[in-house]
Design a protein around this ligand. Structure first.
Ligand SMILES: Nc1nc2c(c(=O)[nH]1)N[C@H]1C(S)=C(S)[C@@H](COP(=O)(O)O)O[C@H]1N2
Ligand SMILES: [Mo]
Length: 507
């Protein structure tokens, strides 16, 4: 046993006190938009300060669960501190216990001042948490002290009663807090949206080869399966009635659009594959969707940028930013997306609006929960990830991936299909080749072309004979350039190298 006797009881009482503090903070944070719980504020500062190498490690290790891993780590630290607080307090070292609570509270309060939309009110959840923790420690202590004057059973009954009250109060505070935080309002507004009709519909998609090739990625990635990468520990809960999009900065006509004004404009459809710069060779941080949106170049033209502006910077409701060259609006179908695969933009993917620029990695372009677009210059402003070690400009590199068979798997000897996807937005894919063991490279069959901005599925037959065999893939883009073979890490501007899987063929 890790804890014995008094340590166990005192540690438990410490947990009750700190838990009550965090529960109150949850309630307080739900009272006003922009407020965060102490754990989220601390997590935000950790995310803000991770160097590229650590971010890369976190995504490599935890993938799209990187933020859950961070929050869990913070909770484990808080748990240990809570046990320590309980032990100190109830073994008579009250000053020491209060000092630990105070330091935790001060750190969280300081962290909250750097949150997006921070003001003096941002301090309220952490101060509430610290205050409630100290108060509950005191309550539990009063009950404990009666040992001298009352019978042991009565004392215990009293203590249990206090724990019960505090527990019920904490659960109530958490429940109410969660109810208001759970994007309930944004989700309800989202479900009531009727998306505008595109002036020109894209043709309905061809039959998906993935239907007949088990393991192959679907032509369109369903929203529920789409990768999610962002810095938001809590997804912004945006109210459509107060949301608007501002276009400002180095422009002659600063503009502002409500959701209705924006969506009353002509909308169009775009098939586009978006990818994360942190996607490893063979990784899953890439997806293809049919986006619905408003032309970004039209909006920018109406704002009329000064000729000295060279960067378009999108800002998110939660403080994230991403900038790309104004010159990238070269007629490609960049948009403010409001729809994804036939549905209003999901909350996780940026509701109510995000930027999509075909051919650019997400971190330099695809701002979710978009609220502002600034025309600026590269020598004046940097997007969120740039000072953290990632390149200021980042076009998507040509990549290809083997979906099936899966690396390190065992397959039976005989006939198989090797299949996967290859992408090079906006250049398109002209050829995919596969190399099995020592055989020469063979051209794979290519799936339907939706657009040069989307991935292409590919597949090739394979008559497997019992052996250990490596299978590699490489793509050629629409300009005739072969995907680079040299292995390059994801930082600072995207991985390079050919995806290889190692398969064991059994008899
Ligand atoms: N507000 C906001 N937008 C963001 C990010 C973010 O952290 N915050 N991350 C970007 C990155 S790095 C990527 S790869 C894409 C991912 O979009 P998705 O989560 O919809 O797949 O969103 C981009 N937009
Ligand atoms: Mo990304």
């Amino acid at each position: 046993m890790l804890f014995k006797g008094r340590w166990r009881v005192d540690g438990f009482l410490g947990l009750i006190a700190v838990g009550a503090g965090l529960a109150l903070a949850q309630l307080l944070a739900s009272l006003k938009s922009g407020l965060n719980t102490p754990v989220v504020s601390i997590g935000n500062r950790v995310i803000d300060h991770v160097p590229a190498s650590l971010k890369e490690f976190a995504i490599r290790t935890f993938g799209v669960d990187d933020k859950r891993a961070l929050v869990t780590t913070i909770y484990v630290v808080v748990l240990i501190l809570a046990i320590l607080i309980g032990h100190s307090y109830f073994s008579g070292k009250r000053g020491q216990a209060r000092a630990i609570v105070f330091v935790m509270m001060a750190l969280a309060a300081l962290a909250s001042l750097f949150d997006a939309k921070a003001s003096a009110v941002s301090l309220v959840p952490s101060i509430g948490a610290g205050g409630a923790t100290i108060w509950v420690l005191h309550l539990l202590d009063n009950r404990n002290k009666k040992t001298e004057t009352l019978t042991e059973t009565l004392n215990r009954r009293d203590l249990l009663k206090t724990i019960g009250y505090v527990g019920v109060g904490s659960i109530a505070a958490m429940t109410v807090g969660n109810y208001f935080r759970n994007h309930a309002s944004a989700q309800i507004q989202r479900l009531n949206i009727v998306l505008p009709k595109a002036l020109k519909f894209l043709p309905s998609p061809p039959k998906d080869p993935a239907l007949t090739t088990p393991g192959l990625s679907k032509l369109f990635t369903p929203n529920s399966e789409f990768y999610r990468i962002d810095t938001a520990i809590v997804v912004p809960n945006i109210n459509l009635d107060s949301w608007n999009l501002q276009i400002f900065g180095m422009v002659k006509n600063p503009r502002q659009y409500t959701y209705k004004e924006l969506t009353d404009r002509p909308v169009f459809e775009l098939d586009d594959t978006i990818a994360c710069v942190s996607n490893e060779v063979g990784g899953g941080l890439v997806g293809n969707a049919r986006w619905l949106g408003i032309r970004l170049d039209d909006l920018i033209k109406e704002a009329d940028p000064y000729s000295t502006a060279d960067q378009v910077m999108g800002y998110s409701d939660d403080g994230f930013s991403a900038g790309f060259p104004l010159a990238a609006l070269d007629g490609r179908d960049a948009m403010i997306a409001i729809g994804m695969n036939g549905q209003p933009l999901p909350l996780d993917h940026g509701f109510p609006a995000r930027i999509i620029v075909p051919g650019l990695y997400g971190y330099v372009s695809a701002t979710k929960w978009l609220t502002k677009i600034e025309l600026t210059r590269f020598d004046r402003a940097q997007g969120y990830w740039v000072p953290r070690g990632w390149s200021a400009q980042a076009p998507i590199k040509t990549q290809s991936r083997i979906d099936t068979p899966i690396d390190a798997s065992t397959v039976k000897a005989g006939k198989h299909v090797i299949a996967g996807v290859a992408w090079a937005p906006t250049r398109g894919i002209s050829k995919v080749e596969v190399k099995i063991g020592a055989d020469p490279w063979r051209a794979a069959t290519l799936g339907p072309v939706l657009a040069k901005t989307t991935w292409r599925q590919w597949w090739i037959d394979w008559d497997a004979i019992p052996d250990k065999v490596s299978i590699s893939v490489r793509a050629t883009d629409g300009t005739g350039a072969l995907q680079s073979s040299k292995s390059v890490p994801v930082a600072p501007n995207g991985a390079e190298g050919w995806h290889t899987v190692y398969i064991n063929v059994a008899t």
